[in-house]
Design a protein. Structure first.
Length: 118
């Protein structure tokens, strides 16, 4: 299985980065107006928003190739949490990758990683 590509420094994120935890819940509304709520996942799901600045062309190419090989959010990969080193085996990125290049060694992007466990 693929792993999220680290930078040359072996880190997967730079600061500021954000991490959030969410629960996936569903609501079914019936004709009489009553609602039934249920949890649609086995536990909390994690999400990381990672800003990457001052990347060189090799690091940017590595991220772009990773994004293309996963076909956006289609495939899953292993992501290692930069805060505590926990390995999450079923993650994906969004369907868009925006990359900017200001000048040499001044490339930047932002990636959101979603835990998919259901």
């Amino acid at each position: 299985m693929a792993t999220f590509p680290p930078l040359k420094t072996a880190a997967v994120a730079q600061y500021p980065a954000t991490k959030s935890i969410r629960f996936q819940n569903q609501i079914v509304r019936f004709v009489d107006g009553n609602e039934q709520r249920y949890r649609d996942s086995a536990g909390p799901l994690h999400r990381w928003t990672i800003r990457l600045d001052k990347l060189d062309e090799t690091e940017m190419a590595s991220l772009e190739n990773f994004f293309l090989s996963n076909q956006g959010s289609f495939a899953s990969f292993v992501f290692i949490d930069p805060w505590d080193g926990t390995s999450y085996p079923d993650c994906s990125v969004g369907d868009q990758l925006q990359m900017s290049s200001v000048e040499e060694l001044q490339n930047m992007t932002s990636v959101t990683v979603f835990e998919n466990r259901g």
